[in-house]
Every structure is written in C-alpha cells, then in structure tokens.
Ligand binder design. Structure first.
Ligand code: NAP
Length: 304
C-alpha cells in the first residue's frame, strides 16, 4: 500500500488532487483540512508544529503533498505573520517531519516568485518576487530544500477548476461581474487587459502530481524545482470574453490596459514546463473545454 498525505485537501487544488488520487488502486489517501472539514478528513492546523509532527508519525505516509497555504496576495500583504506561518514555517515543519520518516514531500509554489518582466521562466531562472505573497512562497521553497533531501517544489500559475464559490479562483471570480453586466440595466464590467496569465486547470495539475507520485512510488523521486503551466496566454479581459461565451450571455466588458491593483502583480510569469515534459509528465485540457466542465456543475444563474 502506497500512502499519500494531502495537506490542505479542502482547497481548490487539494480537492482535485484527492479526487485524482482516490482512483488509484493500491493507494491510500489521508486528507487534512483546517476550517472546512469533510467526513473522513483529518483536522490539522499546520501552524501547530507538535500536531504536525504527531500527524506524520501516526500516519507514516510515503509521500506528503502540501497544498495548504495563504494564497491571497492582499491577505499576505496585510498579515505577513500569517503568510510566514503558513507559507514558510509550516512547510519547514512538515518537510522536516516527513524527512525523518523517509517520506517524499511535494510543496506547491507559485509563478509569483518571478517579477514577470522576462518570460518564459525556467525552473532555475532567478526569482524576484514583487509582493509579500511571492516573497513568502519563495522563502517556503527555500524552507523545503533546507529541511529535506527528499523534496520537490512544483510551481504553478493561476488555477481554476471545480469550485464551491465563485471567489475561489481568480478565473471564476469574474463571473458575477460578467453576469451583472449582461442584465438589462447592467453597467459595463471593467476587466484587466494588462497582466498575462496562463490559467491552469486543477484536474490537470492533479494528474501531473499523480504522475510525479508514481515516479516516487517506483523509487525514482523527482527532486528540486519543477514547474507546470497551462498553454494558453490570456489577460482577464480575454478570460471574461471566453467565460461570457461559455455562459451564453451578452456581457458588456471594457478592457483596462493599465494595472489598477493595490498589491503589485507581475506582468507575465509564463512558467516553462520543460523539466516535467521531458519526463513524459503532463496534460493540458483546452480552456474552453475545461471552463465548460466547471460551469456545468456550478449553477451560475443568480450570480449577478
Ligand atoms: N489558486 C491559485 O490561483 C494558485 C496559483 C498558483 C499557486 N497556487 C498555490 O497552490 C496551492 C494551493 O492553492 P489553493 O488555491 O488550492 O488554495 P486554497 O483554495 O486557498 O486552499 C487553502 C488550503 O489551505 C488550508 N489551510 C489554511 N489555513 C490552514 C491552517 N492553519 N492549517 C492547515 N490548513 C490550512 C485550507 O484549509 P480549510 O479550507 O479547511 O481552512 C485549504 O485547504 C498553494 O500553495 C498556492 O500558493 C495557487
């Protein structure tokens, strides 16, 4: 039996990962959550070092995937202590505990470790984060490598996938404004047309992580830093146009060509996925197909 612990199984990525791994015969999945506990999920506050150590000792996983984090840039900016506790210190504690048991740790990081001025970025390009979120995730990457020789960082860009609320993903969070703009007295929705993103489907990432776990199960664990990205560049205005088409609404959208965010964000952090591709790892569902799958199972009427 190959045992995988998914830390942060209640989140956008964690849920997709648990769904993917549950299909593997001969694998056992231990899922943890913090505030959103589903039946069968283990309660774990990753800021509690003793609880983390006891969890790893008790469950003795072969691999541990850290999908728990504080990933909202504005929250990280205003609460750097929380960002550090989740994105840096907890990674160190989890990876050190896993290392003591000889378990492989996969920690999820972000394209925001780069400043977005010179894409595409390779796994060994020089990081230069622009905001507190990116800085905390970069420190988390370093905490992982300092804490274990049996660890890997997987950097990802903007994620979308099956949701439990529109706000869960920066892709689907556009839907309420799109829907409101399509009502008879709706005002045009202003959408950022400056930053270039590569929306990446969480079931595809889960598939990639499963392939990575399979390599570890075969005794051929991937170490160091790897990156995975969807293949279609889009700004939010273009994402909104494609969402409106999928929703079949006549939205009124206005492109905003200069950045307006309070928290600085990079322009284009395209992540090269070549290290994983060279290992035969990867899957990219076309955006228009994937977003229709997401919208089909989440009722949007009334989003406005
Ligand atoms: N979303 C994106 O667009 C994006 C882009 C690039 C990289 N990433 C990275 O991908 C990873 C997954 O992100 P996500 O979007 O799936 O995040 P998410 O939906 O915000 O989920 C966060 C997870 O962290 C858990 N968590 C929060 N505080 C915790 C605590 N004190 N102890 C234990 N668990 C705690 C949450 O548990 P509860 O819900 O149960 O409280 C939840 O499972 C993160 O490392 C993120 O930085 C995300």
């Amino acid at each position: 039996m190959f045992k995988v612990a998914v830390i942060g199984a209640s989140g956008l990525l964690g849920r997709a990962l648990v769904d993917e791994l549950a299909q593997q015969t001969g694998w056992q999945v231990v899922a943890t959550a913090f505030s959103r506990l589903a039946p069968g999920t283990v309660a774990l506050d990753i800021r509690d070092a003793q609880a983390v150590e006891q969890f790893v000792e008790r469950e003795a996983p072969d691999a541990l995937v850290i999908a728990a984090a504080e990933r909202r840039p504005d929250v990280c900016e205003h609460d750097p202590a929380l960002a550090r506790a989740l994105n840096v210190d907890a990674v160190r504690t989890l990876a050190a505990a896993a290392n003591r048991r000889g378990a492989w740790t996969l920690s999820i990081s972000t394209d925001y470790v780069f400043d977005g001025t010179h894409p595409p970025y390779q796994h060994d390009s020089a990081p230069a984060p622009l905001n507190a979120y990116g800085r905390s995730k970069l420190e988390g990457e370093r905490a992982l490598t300092e804490s274990t020789d049996l660890g890997c960082v997987l950097r990802l860009p903007l994620l979308y996938g099956p949701i439990v609320s529109w706000a869960e993903s920066a892709v689907t969070s556009l839907v309420p404004a799109i829907a409101a703009s399509a009502t008879p007295d709706g005002k045009p929705a202003v959408m950022d047309a400056w930053a270039i993103r590569y929306p990446t489907f969480t079931p595809d990432v889960a598939f990639v992580i499963r392939q990575m776990l399979e390599r570890h199960a075969r005794g051929d664990a991937i170490r160091g830093i790897v990156q995975w990205s969807g293949g279609e560049p889009m700004n939010k205005y273009e994402i909104a146009l494609r969402l409106a088409e999928a929703l079949q609404v006549g939205a009124h959208l206005t492109p905003q060509h200069t950045p307006t965010d309070a928290t600085p964000r990079p322009h284009n952090c395209h992540l090269a996925s070549s290290r994983l591709e060279a290992l035969g790892i990867g899957r990219r569902t076309p955006f228009d197909t994937a977003i229709r799958q997401v919208l089909a199972v989440f009722p949007w009427r009334g989003a406005e």
